[in-house]
Design a protein around this ligand. Structure first.
Ligand code: MN
Length: 228
């Protein structure tokens, strides 16, 4: 078999304490998973099924590379999130077994063209241009887990130019990790290499060219970057 042109490189993330890299298959994201963030967006908290969207794997910005300010927006928003890296897949995974799919965790930004998202919401259009643009997913090096998921008191936070913008405990999530993965696996057959963004707390706001951000999942992972 011969390709008509060289296939693109496989997007990947560094692994803390290892020379190996984690190859990325797909990127899934959950919307509205912290009540205070849903409220600040003027959205109702839906206690039922979670809402998902996707980003392309090559939207991931790895290794702390600069994030270019995207075209076609004047309202680039940060959303700091815990990112799950899956080491196993499956469909219709029961909640009791779902945590075992998680290979490691990191921290990332679900960057959003908020102005285009507001237009899409108003018109009932899809969110792709607001969420799935190039360089829309900076992610830290991954911390490989040895069994237990980060607990409910684990802190997730983001500062921009040294000032705190977002802060929460993971226990504030509406849908916890097992419930997110169980629900997602009813919609997609999950695969080794998939990443899952788990939602952002309140405090989303604009980033400008020249801003330096520091995202942290305390005791697990951190990411420093520049909006260029
Ligand atoms: Mn998000």
């Amino acid at each position: 078999m011969e390709y008509a042109f060289a296939p693109p490189p496989v997007p990947s993330l560094p692994i803390l304490g290892s020379p190996q890299r984690f190859p990325i298959r797909r990127v899934f994201c959950i919307g509205r998973n912290y009540a205070e963030h849903a409220k600040e967006m003027g959205a109702a908290v839906e206690p039922g099924r979670p809402m998902f969207f996707c980003k392309p794997a090559d939207a991931v910005v790895a290794d702390g590379a600069d994030v270019p300010y995207p075209s076609a927006t004047s309202e680039l928003h940060h959303e700091v999130e815990m990112v799950l890296a899956l080491g196993a897949g499956g469909r219709d995974v029961p909640v009791e077994r779902a945590a075992s799919l998680v290979w490691g965790v990191g921290v990332g930004l679900d960057l959003t063209r908020r102005d285009l998202q507001a237009q899409a919401k108003a018109k009932g259009h899809p969110w792709d241009v607001a969420k799935a643009f190039d360089h829309s997913a900076p992610v830290s090096a991954l911390h490989r887990l040895d069994g237990a998921l980060p607990g409910p008191d684990t802190e997730l936070r983001l500062s921009v130019n040294g000032a705190q913008r977002q802060h929460t405990r993971l226990g504030e999530m509406i849908h916890d990790v097992p419930h997110i993965l169980a629900a997602l696996s009813t919609l997609f057959e999950l695969q080794l290499g998939d990443l899952v963004f788990t939602g952002t707390p309140a405090g989303v706001a604009a980033l400008e060219r020249g801003d330096r951000f520091h995202a942290e999942l305390v005791r697990y992972a951190s990411l420093d970057g520049l909006i260029a």
